[in-house]
Design a protein around this ligand. Structure first.
Ligand code: GLU
Length: 315
């Protein structure tokens, strides 16, 4: 697909940190520098952890640093019917089976090697149940998750930054035992329904992308292009967290900074301006070249943040 309509899809489970804000800014720049649409999606499938106040705060922070979007955000919690429809399509292809594995079963399975599949993959325990074993589990009344049979199929995609990525796809969950549709299914259906042509997101999600590509192909949905961008890591090389200092926009503003200062620091960390500059959004769009992002993106430099120049090992 050649267009650049893009999106940002935050989970409203807490405030956005500088790493989330940089990913959002980059996703927005990929789309806007190509004069394309930029869409928002609220990924609130996790009802237990999603909060309206986080959603409000996230939208406010995005707008404050100059990220704007087209139309109303799509809300995953309102789309169960659409995900069920996709599930029926997979069922009709004979790909769906129930899985009763507990967390403990999965932990145990994940520690055992299984052929082609990456570590942590589902080894297919419930795919192999005899009809008697299956009937027993059904009688137990314990709700089952639903998985799809991917048969460790190798799936490759071309990433604009990482190049060709190929992974064997495991039998992924499409609906949890509590009835919640799984992230991978929802994302694929939503990106297609929103007309997203280019997915720009954090490199931590690159390893799950082959699953999404596999699902899109089975569902006959268009495959977006992908660009997985480097995460901002904390001073110790781990994920950015509270221990790294004032990492939210609110905390930065409390230190007396302005949103433009923060936007400038995010932009400087990927070489779009000099440290300390405060370009406006039009200047950023003019400076942005998606093919010239640094391989490894340094730490965001702002006073009070752990200053170590950490880089994402996946570049
Ligand atoms: N909701 C996911 C997150 O906040 C992002 C999913 C995606 O971009 O595909 O990490």
């Amino acid at each position: 697909m050649s267009g650049h309509d893009g999106r940002y899809a935050p989970s409203p489970t807490g405030p956005l940190h500088l790493g989330n804000l940089r990913t959002a800014l980059l996703a927005w720049l990929f789309a806007r520098s190509a004069s394309s649409r930029f869409l928002l999606r609220i990924e609130d499938l996790d009802r237990g952890r999603s909060r309206p106040e986080h959603e409000d705060g996230q939208l406010r922070d995005l707008a404050a640093i100059g990220v704007d979007w087209d139309g109303e955000p799509l809300r995953q919690s309102q789309r169960a019917d659409r995900y069920e429809e996709a599930l029926s399509q997979l069922r009709a292809l004979g790909l769906v089976y129930p899985c009763w594995c507990t967390r403990a079963d999965l932990r145990q399975a994940a520690s055992a090697p299984h052929g082609e599949l990456p570590e942590g993959s589902y080894p297919g325990t419930c795919r192999e149940l005899s009809s008697r074993q299956r009937a027993e589990r059904e009688r137990s009344g314990r709700p089952a998750a639903l998985r799809v049979r991917a048969d460790a199929e190798p799936v490759a995609f071309a990433d604009r930054r990482l190049g060709r990525v190929e992974t064997a796809v495991d039998d992924l969950v499409v609906r949890r035992a509590d009835g919640t549709h799984a992230y991978n299914l929802a994302v694929v259906v939503d990106d297609a329904d929103q007309g997203v042509q280019e997915v720009v997101r954090g490199s931590d999600l690159a390893e799950t992308t082959p699953r999404q590509v596999w699902l899109a192909r089975r569902l006959g949905l268009p495959e977006p292009a992908y660009a997985h961008v480097p995460l901002v890591l904390g001073g110790d090389g781990r994920r950015l967290a509270k221990r790294d200092g004032a990492i939210t926009l609110e905390a930065r503003l409390a230190l007396g900074e302005r949103p433009a200062t923060v936007r400038g620091a995010l932009a400087a960390s990927v070489g779009l301006c000099a440290p300390g500059d405060e370009p406006d959004t039009a200047q950023l769009i003019a400076a942005f070249d998606p093919d010239r992002l640094p391989r490894a993106a340094p730490h965001v430099r702002l006073p009070g943040l752990v200053p170590d120049a950490s880089t994402d090992p996946r570049g």
